[in-house]
Design a protein around this ligand. Structure first.
Ligand code: ATP
Length: 256
């Protein structure tokens, strides 16, 4: 499999503190790669660089065959690169299905004149967006909460709605920032199954930042471990579980 993501020499400092320090790694197409490390290791900064929220001090990133760091942030979704957030970015006063349908907006737009005038093309685009949103909600087992206001849903369910919204944009490379935070054990186990399916059945490449080790170990093909912005280990879940450097890094945190 070719690589969907190739990161070379990525570095980012904040007032002299090296949050990401000469980091290089690759993620094979259609695979699920975990990115783990203790608190403050640099995981969110890495995701921010890879989704163009932050511009790194140095490094080269090739994603899906293009130069990611040369691409403006607003073009990433149409290039197939999407992200879900640690703290949600949903419209909480709207229903679940409204939020998910919005994720299709860019893909199904009828053109602004048709939308402004409420022409049939615009109504068709809206219907198609809602049909796609319903299919995504069904895929994630969320049909029952379709019409519920997002603010009234438990946080774990809101995170699933956010995932559904990302999926309708048909990403080819999806970066997920702590998707299981706020989920109970049953929900995170189900999320693990969904993530595996996205890779295996839909061919989506996933970079997963997550503290829930059960989810990481069950969902990932490979895992990379960062400590103080540097890569300290890389391998399969079995290899990572047995890696002494990783055990030491986590024992220091009381997380292992
Ligand atoms: N905007 C910023 N300004 C200054 N320092 C920052 C900024 N963002 C991150 N840092 C620092 O960079 C380092 C890496 O932070 P980052 O949030 O990327 O770690 P993380 O691995 O995502 O942590 P967590 O698991 O707690 O979310 C930390 O020391 C943090 O304090």
């Amino acid at each position: 499999m070719p690589d969907a993501l190739a990161v070379q020499g990525l570095s980012m400092s904040f007032s002299g503190l090296k949050a990401v320090d000469d980091l290089s790694f690759r993620v094979a197409q259609g695979s699920v790669c975990g990115l783990i490390g203790p608190n403050g290791a640099g995981k969110s900064t890495i995701l921010n660089c890879l989704t163009r929220i932050t511009t790194p001090d140095a490094g080269h990133v090739e994603a899906l065959g293009f130069d990611l760091l040369a691409e403006p942030i607003h073009r990433l979704p149409e290039r197939g690169v999407m992200r879900t957030f640690q703290n949600l970015e949903l419209f909480t006063d709207l229903s679940a299905v409204d939020n998910v349908a919005m994720g299709c907006a860019a893909r199904l737009r009828a053109g602004w004149t048709a939308e402004l005038l409420g022409l049939p093309a615009s109504r068709r685009a809206t219907r198609a967006a809602y049909a796609t949103a319903d299919a995504a909600l069904a895929e994630l087992g969320l049909s029952e909460i379709r019409d519920r206001r997002v603010a009234d849903l438990p946080f774990g369910t809101q995170k699933q709605v956010e995932l559904a919204r990302a999926l309708v944009a048909e990403p080819r490379l999806l970066m997920m920032d702590e998707p299981a935070a706020g989920m109970n054990h049953t929900e995170s186990t189900e999320l693990g199954r969904v993530i595996r399916r996205l890779g295996a059945e839909h061919g989506i490449t996933i970079l997963l930042v997550e503290h829930d080790m059960g989810l990481v170990m069950s969902a990932c093909d490979r895992i990379i471990v960062v400590v103080q912005g540097r890569l300290i280990a890389e391998g399969t879940p079995q290899e990572i579980r047995a890696n002494h450097k990783v055990i030491e890094a986590y024992l220091g945190e009381g997380e292992a």
